[in-house]
Design a protein around this ligand. Structure first.
Ligand code: HEC
Length: 441
């Protein structure tokens, strides 16, 4: 009998992408024969690691400090937690109206000798994709930022439309980040980060020797691991020295973090590739996306190629119209910006440019992530090399190995903590685990 989950030997990658001769197109796998596991992602509010260690985390604080697993006390709690935390309360000072407490993600996994293949499906709250991000609008005289995430002041006030990309993110550990199998993504989440309590933004960050102008050139605080801070509370500004952090990295003490971004990577069949250590950082090389608007002069560098797209820009009524493109793609639909092209008030353009050709190095590892949105549901198939060849900022997986993953979805035009997250899950490459990747033959 033929193997029921055999995949096509010929490559059928859409967009005419070239791929290694051994690789299977994740779209050609017979996914209907791969079992699906439904994972309930829940809204975490401001349940940072600091909060988990505080007395407010009744009967959980001391055990969390000892490294105890969230699921040892919270098995089956996802729905209750999400539906409570999504509303105004101690852990949610700024709720977003009508937001869902939970998002169910159906996960399927398979592997061969070279790749891990994933298929993920989840429903969206809105009846459209979140595929517009960092857009600009011509007001008759100049280009100005247009739209934003649903937590933004102008969006909350109804002065700007909610426009922000949907995302699916996966964090991976190979046992080198202490207690990640027990406590997952919460290990990366601390007060001081954007949209948490006492978030540090602007000057205090810019002046910080390691994170600011003299170092990583950041202006806010994002995910980080305790192993990069000197104090027990893992305070955002109490960083270890560059040399000490580099040692942790060289020993593999970072988390892999890959994000399929509906605006900034999906249109070219990619996902980004980053890692979490002293900050949320991009892998070495070049991301699939870059700025195409000069943010000092607010002048675009490119516009749509009217011969291919039908117009040089989009209009507000095109939001949510799947027949229109939303991304400027260097190789296929962009031409240099012409300031004298007869711009009209209300023309809108993406501030970002996507390019497969420009994406390079470890940052370009996720070169086959194909998602579609239909009738309110995303279906994403994703191929990732078990061994990417970039151990400095990726987790290298092996057939027979077991890893820990955390999954998050940004749904409905949100960013930062306004996402839905999973408790940590084990992922087995051909071996039993919460998610077992089936061996393809
Ligand atoms: C030793 C048991 C225990 C452990 C371990 C534990 N918790 Fe809790 N947690 C509790 C109890 C008890 C409560 C309060 C009762 C409730 O709401 O379920 C609570 C409440 C919470 C709440 C707030 C719910 C609300 O009502 O506001 C969140 C969020 C939470 N825990 C997350 C976590 C996470 C994330 C972890 C793992 C990093 C974790 N907990 C580990 C016992 C635990």
């Amino acid at each position: 009998m033929r193997n029921p989950i055999r995949y096509a030997a010929t490559l059928l990658l859409t967009s005419g992408l070239a791929a290694s001769a051994l690789a299977a197109d994740p779209q050609s796998i017979q996914w209907s024969n791969v079992p699906a596991k439904t994972i309930t992602l829940f809204y975490p509010g401001q349940s940072t690691y600091d909060w988990l260690l505080s007395p407010a985390h009744t009967k959980g604080d001391k055990q969390v400090a000892q490294g105890k697993a969230c699921l040892s006390c919270h098995e089956g709690d996802e729905k209750d937690l999400g539906n409570k935390l999504v509303k105004a309360g101690a852990l949610e000072p700024t709720p977003i109206p009508d937001k869902a407490g939970v998002v169910d993600v159906a996960v399927q996994a398979a592997h061969d000798a070279e790749f891990l293949y994933l298929r993920l499906q989840w429903k969206t709250r809105l009846n459209r994709e979140g595929r517009m991000h960092d857009y600009v609008r011509f007001d008759g005289k100049q280009w100005k930022w247009y739209g934003g995430d649903r937590n933004e002041k102008e969006v909350r006030a109804g002065e700007q439309p909610p426009l922000y990309e949907d995302r699916l993110a996966i964090m991976i550990d190979d046992g080198k980040v202490p207690t990640f199998p027990q406590q997952g993504c919460w290990l990366t989440c601390h007060n001081g980060m954007r949209d948490t309590q006492n978030s540090a933004v602007g000057d205090p960050v810019k002046k910080h020797p390691l994170l600011g102008d003299a170092g990583l050139k950041q202006t806010d605080v994002r995910k980080y691991l305790k192993s990069t801070r000197i104090d027990d509370a893992a305070t955002w500004d109490k960083t270890k020295s560059r040399e000490e952090i580099d040692k942790v990295k060289a020993a593999g003490g970072f988390l892999d973090l890959m994000q399929w971004r509906v605006a900034r990577s999906a249109a070219i069949g990619m996902a980004d590739d980053g890692y979490v250590l002293e900050y949320r950082l991009a892998d070495e090389g070049k991301d699939p996306f870059s700025w195409q608007i000069n943010r000092s002069t607010m002048t675009p560098t490119y516009m749509f190629d009217a011969a291919k797209v039908g117009a040089k820009a989009l209009r507000a009524e095109d939001i949510g119209n799947p027949a229109k493109p939303a991304a400027l793609i260097k190789e296929t639909n962009a031409v240099p910006y012409d300031p004298n092209a007869g711009w009209k008030e209300g023309d809108i353009l993406p501030g970002r440019m996507l390019s497969r050709a420009d994406a390079k190095g470890s940052a370009a590892d996720n070169d086959a992530a194909f998602g579609t949105w239909k009738d309110g549901t995303y279906t994403l198939v994703w191929r990732r090399k078990l061994d990417t060849g970039h151990p400095a900022d990726d987790k290298i997986m092996k057939v027979g190995g077991k890893y820990t993953v955390g999954i998050a979805v940004h749904d409905d035009n949100v960013t930062t903590r306004f996402h839905h997250v999973s408790f940590p899950l084990s992922l087995g490459i051909g071996v039993d685990a919460d998610i077992k990747a089936l061996t393809l033959k």
